[in-house]
Design a protein around this ligand. Structure first.
Ligand SMILES: [Zn+2]
Length: 354
């Protein structure tokens, strides 16, 4: 049976209005509207036209509903800046990501979720300590955040969206935690984003996350405290703090210069406004506001690297996987973009945006 929800998903992914899709497919807006509302199943030639216009395989449009993701339960990093279209495109990527992860779970032994419920905790600093205690990782730096999250059963996927407004998002579905990262940012930003999203998964797992600034501050506080435990920071950062010290020592925790500066300010290691401001100015002058001139290597996924290399050993390519999932290859590549290749620099953007 043709599934109108699948049509809606593909249209959202391709960021096409109904009018644009009807024109591209050479059908009337009225026909499209009836098909989308499920009032009339399309004939074969209409399905072919729609699939062609959307660059999705014909088989995609048939079968079960896509994974239901409640947009209110999804935390968006820059929610207020996102247009409705960007939001739908991103949550639609989430639906495809659930499909890919579920497929991988059936074929491989992926780690089971092992996350503490910290929803009772409203102090992010304590929550970060409790999370570290739960996992028995003391106060040492996390070597590889994506690998760590995956070992605790979090499904981490890429968000190859052509917009700076979507940083990252996360949600729980069927008892599984998901994090989607915009992997085209600096390695340090992605690491901080993943810790921020972990904060949402642990602290805000029960409830509506619609753009609440308090929840965003809590997730940021959690990320800073989780990545840079207070005692470790006190032990490693010499005083008086200079830009050079920040640039040298930030590599321990694989964070940006500004994330460390912010942590030092919150911990009152940088204690006067004047000192804080002068460090901000100096780091900006040295290029750390817009990037990370001296940075760490990009993290890659342990899970997806293993999945695709063991498939490759069986001569199964990403194209074959895309075919099995009935999704376009560019969507599959987008979901694992920069996740499976090693190396410090981002790869070329693979998702073409209409
Ligand atoms: Zn957030």
């Amino acid at each position: 049976m043709f599934n109108p929800k699948k049509l809606a998903l593909a249209r959202m992914r391709r960021r096409m209005t109904g009018k644009a899709l009807a024109e591209e497919a050479g059908i009337t807006a009225d026909t499209l509207s009836r098909v989308e509302k499920g009032h009339r199943p399309p004939d074969d030639s209409t399905v072919v036209r729609l699939a062609g216009a959307l660059r999705y395989p014909i088989e995609f449009f048939f079968g079960d509903d896509p994974a239901d993701i409640d947009a209110d339960g999804v935390s968006f990093r820059s929610f207020s800046k996102m247009s409705a279209q960007e939001k739908y495109a991103a949550t639609s990527a989430g639906q495809l990501g659930v499909q890919l992860a579920t497929w991988a779970e059936h074929r491989f032994n992926l780690p089971d979720p092992d996350l503490p419920d910290l929803s009772y905790q409203n102090d992010p600093e304590r929550a970060a300590l409790e999370a570290r205690q739960y996992w028995g990782i003391g106060e040492r730096p996390i070597g590889n955040m994506i690998g760590f999250l995956e070992s605790k059963g979090v499904r981490v996927l890429s968000l190859s969206e052509d917009t700076a407004n979507v940083n990252a998002f996360s949600f729980w579905r069927d008892g599984k935690p998901y994090i989607f990262l915009n992997n085209f940012k600096t390695a340090e930003s992605s690491i901080f984003d993943s810790a921020h999203e972990l904060g949402h998964l642990l602290l805000h797992c029960k409830g509506d996350l619609r753009g609440d600034r308090l929840l965003e501050r809590e997730a940021d506080g959690f990320a800073g405290a989780f990545l840079m435990p207070a005692n470790d920071v006190r032990a490693r950062v010499d005083r008086p703090v200079t830009s050079d010290i920040i640039i040298t020592v930030k590599k321990k925790w694989r964070v940006s210069a500004f994330a460390l500066l912010h942590r030092l300010w919150r911990m009152k290691i940088v204690s006067t406004e004047h000192h804080y401001r002068s460090l901000c100015i100096d780091l900006s002058r040295r290029g750390y506001r817009s990037g990370e001139p001296v940075g760490v290597d990009r993290e890659i996924s342990t899970v997806w690297k293993q999945v695709f290399s063991s498939l490759w050993n069986e001569k199964i390519t990403k194209d074959d996987v895309a075919k099995e999932l009935n999704i376009p290859i560019d969507e599959l590549e987008g979901l694992v973009a920069n996740m499976t290749a090693s190396g410090g620099r981002p790869l070329t953007r693979t998702l073409s945006v209409v």
